[in-house]
Design a protein around this ligand. Structure first.
Ligand SMILES: [Zn+2]
Ligand SMILES: [Zn+2]
Length: 148
């Protein structure tokens, strides 16, 4: 690829990246450059890697990522209850995976604060008892809406 096409490629990446971040907002997204091909790759939650190829538009990229997520989800097990039939949530720090049920039971027992069983990282904030149920329902709905 010559300089001009590479610049064009980088510009396209810069345009698509915020769209990708928006689409996969519940994931942690990092970017790195493949040292051989010099193409950028999107790294999702530290375990999914997708190259951005020059011809890729947003939809192509989105579908590549979804395909990989689905493939990976097939062999995932919840790190808390060991059940395989799960919808994973992940710890923002150590990327341990939990099913939605385990997440919600921790959310309830922590009264809004969810502590990762692995690295003890906490997310959320303490809330009043009467708000807990409301939030649980919100988590469930947003989770279902985010299904691919
Ligand atoms: Zn679980
Ligand atoms: Zn953790």
């Amino acid at each position: 690829m010559d300089d001009e096409s590479y610049k064009h490629y980088m510009r396209r990446c810069q345009i698509m990246l915020p769209l990708i971040e928006n689409q996969f907002s519940k994931h942690i997204i990092k970017l790195s450059k493949n040292p051989e091909s010099l193409f950028l790759e999107i790294i999702l939650d530290d375990f999914i890697m997708v190259d951005i190829l020059p011809g890729d538009d947003f939809n192509v990229l989105k579908n590549k990522i979804i395909k990989q997520i689905k493939a990976k989800m097939k062999d995932l097990v919840c790190n808390v209850c060991d059940e395989s039939d799960i919808l994973p949530m992940s710890c923002p720090k150590c990327f341990q995976l939990w099913c939605i049920d385990c997440y919600i039971s921790r959310f309830r027992s922590g009264q809004g604060i969810v502590m990762c069983p692995n690295c003890k990282h906490c997310v959320g904030q303490k809330m009043k008892h009467e708000n807990i149920q409301m939030c649980v329902e919100e988590i469930m709905t947003s989770f279902i809406e985010n299904e691919y």
